[in-house]
Design a protein around this ligand. Structure first.
Ligand code: BGC
Length: 377
C-alpha cells in the first residue's frame, strides 16, 4: 500500500515523522486535521472527547466473577462519565490466547483509538501490543502486565497480595499451635499470568521457614477444577485426611476447589484456607468459617484509573499515574493500588458496602445466622 492511498487518520498513526510530512503537505484549510497531527505528536491518536472515539477493553476470562461483575461495568461507567460520546468495545477471551488475539484484531479493524488489555498470556499478548503499536494505537495494561511497548499500567501491589495471604495464614495456623505441626499445601495461579508469580513470591517471602510446605502447584488457567484435583492429590500424598493443617490458595475460585476437596476428604472443620478477589461465594464461605480469608482489591478505583488512562492516551493528554513501571521494554506511567485483607472480622466494613455487595446478597437464608453472629447486617 502506498502512503498516498492511506487515510489521513491511519497516516497520523504511523508516527511523528509521517505526521510531520503530512502536516507539511496539508493546506491551511485542513486546520482540524493539523490539530489532530499536533495531538498525535504528543502521543495520542488524534481522538477527541468532544467527538468521541472507540475504546477496546479485553478481559481474560469469566470463571472468576470479578471481570463481568465489576471490572467491565465500572470501566464502562467511568468512560461514559468522562467521554459520553465514546464507545467501549468489549471482549472476554474465556482464557483462550487465540481468542484474545482475534478479539484484538477485530477491534483494530473496527477502528479503536486505544486498547485496555488484561492479557490471558502476557508473552503471547506481546504480539497484540506490537501490532497495536504499529497502528499507532496505545495499549494500557490492565491488572496483568503485558510485554512490549505499552503506554500505561494499572494494577494492585501484587507482591503485597501474596504477603497478606501468607501473613494471614501463618497467624491462623499459630492460633492452633505450632505452625510447623503439619504440612500446608500451596496452590498458585497460572504460569502465564505475571501476577501469579508476584503473588507466589510475596507468599513465599512470609511462609518460607515459618511453615512446612508439603506440596506446591502452579495451576494452569487458574482452574478451580485443577485446584480441586491438586488438593486431592496433596491430601493423599501427605498422609491422608487430617494431616494437612492449612492451604495457601492464590484466589477464591481455586479456594472453592480446594475447600471442596478438603471437605470431601473429611476435614471438619476445614483448616485455614486463603483466597483473593472477595468473590461473593468466598465471602459467604468466610462468614460460615469454611474459608479463612480473601484479599479484596477495590475494583472501582482500578477500573476508573484504567478508563482515565485510556482516554488520556488516546487524546494525547498526560497519562494520570501514581508511579512508573518497567515491563522489560519500556518504563510507563502506572497506577498501583493497595489490596485489603478480609476475614470474618471486617467483611461488614469492606465488601458489604456499595458499590460491591449488599448485606442481603451475602446474608441469604443459609448464611443468615452466621452473618448475625459475625455482626454483618
Ligand atoms: C487477577 C486475579 C484473578 C486471577 C484469575 C489475576 O491476574 O489479578 O484477581 O483472580 O487473575 O483471573
Amino acid at each position: 500500500m502506498t502512503t498516498a492511498l492511506l487515510p489521513v487518520r491511519r497516516l497520523l498513526r504511523r508516527g511523528p515523522a509521517v505526521v510531520l510530512a503530512v502536516a507539511l503537505v496539508l493546506s491551511a484549510g485542513a486546520c482540524g486535521k493539523a490539530k489532530q497531527a499536533e495531538k498525535t505528536q504528543k502521543g495520542g491518536t488524534g481522538a477527541s472527547v468532544e467527538q468521541g472515539f472507540k475504546i477496546g477493553l479485553l478481559l481474560p476470562e469469566s470463571k472468576t466473577a470479578r471481570y463481568e461483575r465489576f471490572d467491565k461495568p465500572f470501566f464502562e461507567a467511568r468512560v461514559a462519565q468522562l467521554c459520553p460520546k465514546c464507545q467501549v468495545l468489549y471482549g472476554n477471551a474465556q482464557q483462550q490466547t487465540n481468542i484474545q488475539q482475534q478479539q484484538a484484531e477485530a477491534m483494530f479493524t473496527n477502528g479503536i483509538d486505544v486498547l485496555v488489555l488484561d492479557s490471558v498470556d502476557t508473552k503471547a499478548a506481546a504480539s497484540i501490543v506490537s501490532s497495536a503499536k504499529a497502528k499507532g494505537i496505545p495499549v494500557i495494561a490492565y491488572d496483568r502486565l503485558a510485554e512490549g511497548p505499552i503506554s500505561g499500567y494499572v494494577s494492585f501491589d501484587n507482591e503485597t497480595v501474596g504477603r497478606l495471604q501468607g501473613t494471614s495464614l501463618v497467624e491462623a495456623l499459630k492460633r492452633g499451635g505450632d505452625p510447623k505441626r503439619g504440612p500446608i499445601i500451596m496452590i498458585n495461579g497460572s504460569p502465564t499470568d505475571p501476577n501469579a508469580a508476584e503473588y507466589k513470591r510475596g507468599a513465599h517471602s512470609v511462609l518460607d521457614g515459618q511453615v512446612v510446605i508439603g506440596r506446591e502447584y502452579d495451576t494452569p488457567d487458574w482452574s478451580n477444577d485443577k485446584a480441586q484435583q491438586e488438593t486431592e492429590q496433596a491430601i493423599t500424598a501427605l498422609g491422608g485426611p487430617g494431616r494437612v493443617i492449612g492451604a495457601y490458595v492464590a484466589n477464591d475460585g481455586m479456594a472453592g476447589g480446594a475447600i471442596a476437596a478438603l471437605k470431601a476428604a473429611g476435614f471438619n472443620p476445614v483448616p485455614p484456607v486463603t483466597g483473593q478477589d472477595a468473590e461473593l461465594a468466598a465471602v459467604q464461605r468466610i462468614v460460615v468459617g469454611d474459608q479463612y480469608m480473601t484479599v479484596f482489591k477495590p475494583y472501582l478505583p482500578e477500573a476508573n484509573a484504567a478508563a482515565e488512562m485510556a482516554i488520556a492516551a488516546a487524546t494525547g493528554e498526560k497519562i494520570p499515574a501514581n508511579t512508573t513501571k518497567n515491563n522489560g521494554t519500556v518504563t510507563v506511567p502506572a497506577t498501583i493500588l493497595t489490596p485489603i485483607p478480609v476475614t470474618k472480622d471486617n467483611v461488614a466494613t469492606t465488601v458489604a458496602q456499595p458499590p460491591y455487595y449488599t448485606v442481603a446478597e451475602i446474608c441469604t437464608p443459609d448464611f443468615a445466622a452466621a452473618c448475625k453472629a459475625a455482626g454483618i447486617g
